[in-house]
Design a protein around this ligand. Structure first.
Ligand code: ATP
Length: 274
């Protein structure tokens, strides 16, 4: 059943990237080697990630896609250094994840904004943690809110914003720190179709101006293919397929979703997932 598109799949292949000085030290942004995660269960250990290996290149936009419970968030947590592997090794730009928190941004499915802080002060929080001086913080946070189309709403509190606006504030808060590695867990899942489309397009515009490595998790194959350089399909903690679609950038998401190559690849991968 493999088509011309799928046969172009090259797991582990290398592509040249324009990478910044800080990244030139290492050719691998994220390296998971033979990682297993087992949680204690009623009937013995529950293996949710099973001898899993993955190398992510600097600057790569990788999407992990799979059904609910297949281990996507667990893998993000390993990379973020908030969970240790039961077996195997995880490194981020050549170091332990816990040593790389300053270069890491983690955006959750729910926006997790502080309700007593205005939009701009929520975005500033990302820089407060880094000890950035107040004036500099405010200027950067305001600029980032403008970039996500919320320049008019900087002084609003979270309850005065729609779900889509809150998600964009959360994106600005993560992005304002200019993370070298961005981990995103279903960042657009809570949004309605039109708002999700706008947020995805905005996010791609911002990402393209950076050289950040992205690992995004979603159960939505359509979203995965729209956004990614590389899509890794997961099933029960294992890699089912590792695909590098050749869709060009910058992307017009509407046009891409209608292209025959996109429609064909989506259909083939959906078959695999089901
Ligand atoms: N701390 C934990 N203790 C025990 N079991 C856990 C823990 N965290 C996750 N699990 C289990 O591990 C499995 C994988 O969970 P995980 O959150 O990684 O899946 P997921 O693919 O991200 O799912 P979803 O798309 O629903 O968020 C699930 O069966 C979950 O119940």
């Amino acid at each position: 059943m493999s088509s011309g598109i799928l046969s172009r799949t090259v797991a582990g292949a290398r592509r040249p990237h324009a990478i910044g000085p800080a990244m030139q030290q290492t050719t691998t942004a994220v390296d998971l080697k033979n990682v297993t995660v087992a949680f204690p269960g009623d009937e013995g250990p529950n293996v949710v990630v099973d001898d899993f290996s993955l190398e992510v290149e600097p600057g790569e936009f990788l999407v992990l896609v799979g059904r609910s419970g297949c281990g996507k968030t667990t893998i993000l947590n390993l990379v973020a250094g908030v969970l240790d592997a039961t077996m195997g090794a995880v490194s981020v730009y050549g170091k332990k994840p816990s040593e790389q928190r300053s270069i890491l941004g983690y955006m959750f499915a729910r926006d997790a904004l502080l309700p007593w802080r205005t939009a701009v002060r929520n975005v500033e929080l990302g820089l407060e943690i880094l000890g950035t001086p107040r004036g500099e913080r405010r200027a950067a946070a305001t600029e980032m809110l403008e970039a996500v189309g919320l320049g008019h709403a900087t002084k609003r509190l979270p309850w005065q914003l729609s779900q889509g606006m809150r998600q964009r504030v959360a994106l600005a808060r993560t992005w304002v720190r200019k993370p070298q590695l961005l981990l995103m867990d279903e960042p657009f899942a809570a949004l309605d179709a039109q708002t999700r489309h706008d947020a995805q397009q905005k996010f791609l515009e911002i990402w393209q101006g950076s050289r950040a490595t992205v690992i995004l998790v979603t159960h939505d194959l359509h979203e995965a293919l729209l956004l990614a350089d590389r899509v890794v399909l997961l099933s029960e903690g294992k890699v089912l397929r590792d695909v590098r679609p050749s869709f060009s950038r910058p992307r017009d998401l509407d046009a891409l979703a209608k292209s025959p190559e996109f429609v064909q690849l989506e259909a083939e991968l959906r078959d695999l997932l089901t």
